[in-house]
Design a protein around this ligand. Structure first.
Ligand code: BES
Ligand code: ZN
Ligand code: ZN
Length: 477
């Protein structure tokens, strides 16, 4: 997809305009004819917060900002309004749109532009009619006395990063296997000015990453372990924050096979890996003064003659033995190796992102992220505030000691499943075993992949987590 550019130039805008205001009077009399002003006033009375005027050859719309909403909600309303405008302007074939601040609405203008750009995302690369289907909007210009080009530049980076994560999630496994994912993430990271290293199967074997290697046994393709690093000289932290992302490029369940119905969405099982890679590259591109690393263990999970089986006892990277009772609980196995590997960098904080459990999706649906913490309540609170701001909200689940009981095995140190209850938490407790640092775990099984449009988040990969992390590191710097 050709990216949309968002800019904030000084001169007067293009003919197609969206005015951000609180009341019709904020828009200069010259812009509206008497009839139009009357129409807008009437719509406002009907409590409409978005009014489109039908003019030949010109798109003019007004968006009323709700003053009584708390800031985070107000900005989300603007993103949603941006999504509504996106469908109008793209239907009209408009290429360029001006967003006009009628007074003190810079942040609202930015949020509207964000919603517009994200809602215009399409994944058309495998369609013959891609050119005809492509959205028309290419440029958004914000006109505001408070215009800040550094902020628009960062917004462009962020929108592109979100779309990059969406692209990776939308790619099917026959087009993007573990090697492809590692290449895509490391190429992007190097372009952004950071470092990237990909450990191949030989290296992973030498390191004895038993979790990743066991899940990979049923695959015709080798596993990969991608290490990304952004360490600027002016970093505010001396010990890294490490992001870990689940990179299961396809999850059939393995021999504990999933039902066919709905299995197609399991190409999204690398959404955690995609989002941490997209986020760290965006952080590098924006030059944020933070020391961050990302680790992405990747493989597909398939049944095969050689595949790991329920009952196997496997030895993990850190020496822990795990009794595998369900090969569909594979994410925690590959992540455990990455979490144990992270220890050698002495991180100040590790944040994990994974489409880990159906239980998380069932608990809160696509509206938020099921999250847990170990020795990181302050950092968690900060991340949760960032989540409110970008509307990728966190719901904290408990990590009480008692849940660990559910992972006890008769013959090994741990088993890879808990019981019927608290599935998202027992998965988190399993991961905790492999950590010795402040740890936050985000289960994105609910919001990672959408089966219907939700405003500026379309069908398919949502790119969830990229905006959350970018906000977190902007805040930290
Ligand atoms: N990748 C799935 C989790 C998932 C479910 C992601 C729905 C996205 C949407 C994960 O590997 C899995 O299969 N988890 C099992 C664990 C169970 C066997 C303990 C689950 O949640 O059913
Ligand atoms: Zn699974
Ligand atoms: Zn999975």
């Amino acid at each position: 997809m050709q990216p949309i550019t968002i800019s904030a130039p000084g001169q007067q805008p293009t003919p197609n305009r969206l005015y951000i205001c609180t009341q019709p009077e904020d828009v200069e009399a010259l812009v509206l004819t008497e009839n139009e002003a009357e129409f807008v006033a009437q719509q406002k009375k009907l409590k409409k917060d978005f009014v489109v005027l039908t003019r030949i050859g010109q798109f003019v719309a007004l968006q009323f900002v709700k003053h009584d909403e708390v800031p985070a909600k107000r900005l989300e309303s603007c993103r949603k309004a941006g999504a509504a405008v996106a469908s109008e302007v793209n239907a009209l074939g408009i290429k360029e749109l001006g967003i006009i601040d009628t007074g003190g609405f810079w942040h609202e203008c930015m949020a509207t532009a964000e919603g517009l750009a994200l809602a215009s995302y399409q994944f058309l690369k495998y369609r013959k009619d891609a050119e005809d289907k492509a959205n028309s909007l290419k440029e958004i210009r914000i006109f505001s006395s408070k215009a800040n080009t550094d902020e628009t530049e960062k917004l462009n980076i962020l929108v592109r990063a979100t779309c990059f994560a969406r692209d990776l999630v939308n790619e099917p496994v026959n087009k993007l296997n573990a090697v492809g994912l590692a290449e895509a993430l490391s190429t992007r990271m190097r372009e952004a000015g950071g470092k990237a290293e990909v450990l191949n199967k030989k290296k992973i074997e030498a390191l004895k990453m038993g979790g990743l290697l066991s899940v990979n046994l049923g695959s015709p393709d080798p596993p990969t372990f991608t290490i990304l690093e952004w360490k600027p000289a002016n970093a505010v932290n001396s010990r890294p924050v490490i992001l870990v992302g689940k990179g299961v490029v396809y999850d059939t369940g393995g021999l504990s096979l999933k039902p066919t119905s709905g299995m197609d969405t399991m190409k999204c099982d690398m959404a955690g890996g995609a989002l941490v890679g997209a986020a760290i590259a965006a952080i590098a591109e924006a030059g944020l003064p933070v020391y961050v690393m990302a680790l992405v263990p990747a493989t597909d999970n398939r049944p095969d003659g050689n595949a790991y089986v329920p009952g196997d006892v496997i030895t993990m990277f850190d020496g822990t033995t795990v009794e595998v009772l369900n090969t569909d609980a594979e994410g925690r196995l590959i992540l455990a190796d990455a979490l144990a590997y992270a220890r050698k960098f002495d991180p100040m904080l590790v944040i994990n992102f994974a489409t880990l459990t159906g239980a998380a999706a069932r608990a809160i649906g696509p509206q938020g992220i099921v999250a847990m913490q170990v020795n990181a309540q302050n950092e968690f609170d900060t991340l949760a505030v960032c989540g409110e701001r970008v509307y990728e909200r966190l719901v904290q689940f408990p990590m009480w000691d008692e849940y660990r009981e559910m992972l006890k095995s008769e013959i090994a140190d741990l088993k890879n499943i808990g019981g019927a209850d608290a599935g998202a938490i027992t998965a988190g407790k399993f991961l905790e075993h492999f950590t010795d640092y402040p740890f936050i775990h985000c289960d994105i099984a609910g919001p990672a992949f959408l089966d219907k449009r939700d405003n500026y988040r379309g069908i398919g990969g949502s790119g969830v987590g990229v905006r959350l992390l970018f906000e977190f590191f902007r805040n930290m710097s």
